[in-house]
Design a binder for this molecule. Structure first.
Ligand SMILES: Nc1ncnc2c1ncn2[C@@H]1O[C@H](COP(=O)(O)OP(=O)(O)OP(=O)(O)O)[C@@H](O)[C@H]1O
Ligand SMILES: [Mg+2]
Length: 418
């Protein structure tokens, strides 16, 4: 929750542990084994960002984030937690506001939220190739196809346009091989099969000439709260390549659109990417370099990126090194491999002489975490063991009816390109 302009994430033996809004664009990591409290922690952060007027994007894989449209309610265990955190006094005095947040639901398939669309051209050849699972040679052909489309000014909006383009390039393969590079019949066939597969899996709905301008997500409601954009990702997640490419597309879009901003009191928007390890699976070297570059540069455009994953080792080192704000929930240490992962996770923190980081990681309770955020100079603070605050909005999901009502009441006009 917001306290004296800072984000109060949890409390340890030395009192509150804060994330500084001015350092929130230095990215972050929320890690931990399943069921240890990662989603609740991200809710606590997202709520405070919204209170600060910062927009938020969340990918919701387990459908457990929709409760943000409703205020939370007190119960015995929350009261205990609030006392442990020093928000409430032992006699129950003090205040903790339960409140709802301005939430907009999105869904690539348009079923559980407003649809998100882009054009094939807007996705670009590199991300499209990854979404289609193309190999290096086939990606080369896709690059050529995009060059042809640009040179001849072909329309490249929906999946039909893409199919026509690939067929056209295939028919004229000989000409293009001379001018652009090798276009083999085998590669054309493989691309066509991948496009058909994407269509079968419903992936074609994402491409349309009615492109969503996601920079419009950077907006506040009438009470000056940042909008919380929740992407229903349960169905999308069944296709991990599409899910993760989609997240990368959003980052790329914002990166391309937003101007340089430099350091500021708070970010413009913060992204939380759940199951973040998927973003880096099956990435070509060129794409990995691109992601690393975007993550490094996007912070000066006012965008914070928070990765949520089980273990810090799931994130490539070049990117992990850029995540300044860290929350580590419990990890299991059953096997030698687990133990090694715990060691690596512990080494990412600046040690606190009062406890053993490695041991603490394996003994944290649910909703407890090791935290280290950047200080006002951008240096990581010593790690603290802390109890995470509860969220101010409703903890669980809401009913389908409540969700539909929230979708119908969305300020659509603000977001959709009509
Ligand atoms: N800060 C907290 N305040 C109150 N309850 C909490 C807190 N953190 C965790 N819990 C409790 O623990 C449960 C599990 O937490 P959560 O869903 O955040 O785990 P997770 O790490 O996201 O799990 P998964 O990997 O399965 O998604 C919550 O439903 C809630 O009951
Ligand atoms: Mg979770």
């Amino acid at each position: 929750m917001l306290h004296e302009g800072k984000i109060w994430v949890g409390s340890g033996v030395n009192g509150p542990v804060y994330l500084l809004p001015s350092m929130a664009n230095r990215h972050g990591l929320i890690a931990g084994a399943t069921g240890t409290g990662k989603t609740v922690t991200l809710k606590v952060l997202a709520e405070s960002f919204s209170d600060l007027g910062v927009s938020v994007f969340l990918s919701d894989i387990k459908s457990d984030l929709s409760g943000m449209v409703r205020p939370g309610t007190m119960n015995e265990s929350l009261e205990k937690r609030l006392k442990r955190c020093g928000v409430l006094e032992e006699d129950g005095s003090g205040t903790f506001d339960f409140k709802s947040y301005p939430t907009v639901f999105w869904d690539v398939y348009g079923e559980q939220g407003l649809p998100i669309r882009t054009t094939v051209r807007g996705m670009g050849p590199m991300l499209l190739s990854r979404m289609l699972g193309l190999n290096e040679t086939q990606t080369g052909v896709m690059n050529i196809a995009f060059r042809v489309a640009n040179d001849y000014n072909f329309r490249l909006d929906d999946i039909m346009d893409l199919k026509c383009l690939i067929a056209y390039v295939g028919e004229h393969a000989k000409d293009y091989t001379i001018n652009y590079g090798n276009v083999s019949v085998a590669s054309i066939g493989a691309i066509q099969r991948s496009v058909a597969m994407l269509e079968d899996q419903g992936g074609d709905v994402f491409f349309s000439n009615r492109k969503l301008d996601i920079s419009k997500w950077i907006a506040r409601d009438e009470h000056n709260k940042g909008y919380i954009n929740i992407l229903a990702a349960d169905r999308l997640f069944n296709n991990p390549l599409m899910y993760s490419t989609f997240l990368l597309w959003m980052l790329t879009e914002l990166y391309n659109y937003l101007p340089e901003r430099g350091d500021a009191a708070a970010p413009l928007i913060v992204f939380f990417f759940d199951e973040a390890h998927l973003m880096f699976d099956d990435c070509s070297k060129a794409l990995m370099d691109k992601i690393e570059q975007i993550v490094r540069l996007i912070r000066s455009k006012g965008v914070g990126v928070y990765f949520i994953t089980q273990n810090p080792t799931d994130i490539p080192m070049d990117i992990l090194g850029q995540l300044g704000n860290r929350v580590q929930h419990a990890l299991r240490a059953y096997t030698p491999l687990d133990q090694k992962a715990v060691k690596v996770a512990a080494q990412t923190f600046r040690t606190n002489p009062s406890f053993d980081t490695e041991e603490a990681i394996t003994t944290l309770k649910t909703g407890e975490a090791l935290m280290s955020f950047l200080d006002e100079h951008g240096a990581p603070n010593v790690v603290e063991r802390a109890t995470v605050l509860p969220p101010q909005s409703h903890m669980g999901p809401i009913s389908a009816e409540d969700r539909n009502r929230a979708i119908e009441n969305s300020p659509m006009w603000r977001f959709l390109d009509r």
